[in-house]
Ligand binder design. Structure first.
Ligand code: SF4
Length: 162
């Protein structure tokens, strides 16, 4: 599956193709439908338009009933089942299993940024080739970065506790 991502890596031709598609509405619609078919049957894709698959072990986080993009909620059952739909496995358990198989568990510590909900229904491939989702997730887990902590109603520089 990671090979698929490699094949989709943006380049001059793909960027040109994405621009071409966006100038031709019918073609773009047909292309988006094709993406929906392919990714729908392979990953249960919901067409959020900003694909997280390469950083989630190719388990679509939008299939989570809570649409959690940064790991599971606290309700995963001991069996690994979803608390909302106990007859299905938590998508984050699936993500872990797949990532572990590929030696990519560290991907799961990357922080997924909130998505732009205006992109629902659009082609994530076109968005990817156009460079719109280049910052969808962080390049590290964010734990070592300085961050601001609200204390006594004043903002002060802080960091992770030792
Ligand atoms: S485009 Fe969004 S909904 Fe579709 S597979 Fe990727 S993350 Fe899931």
């Amino acid at each position: 599956m990671y090979l698929l991502h490699h094949l989709l890596t943006p380049g001059t031709v793909k960027r040109w193709f994405a621009r071409f598609l966006e100038r031709h509405e019918r073609l773009c619609t047909a292309f988006t439908q094709a993406e929906k078919q392919v990714k729908g049957s392979a990953f249960g894709c919901r067409m959020c338009g900003q694909c997280a698959l390469p950083a989630t072990g190719y388990a679509c986080p939008m299939t989570c009933p809570k649409q959690l993009r940064n790991g599971p909620c606290g309700g995963v059952l001991a069996t690994g089942a979803c608390e909302v739909y106990p007859d299905t496995q938590c998508v984050w358990v699936t993500a872990y299993e797949r990532a572990e198989q590929e030696g990519r568990v560290s991907d799961l510590t990357l922080l997924q940024r909130p998505i732009d909900h205006r992109e629902w229904g659009k082609s994530s491939w076109v968005n990817y080739w156009q460079g719109r989702d280049a910052d969808l997730w962080t390049t590290d887990d964010g734990l070592t970065r300085t961050h601001l902590v609200l204390t006594d109603l004043r903002l002060v520089a802080g960091g992770p506790k030792a």
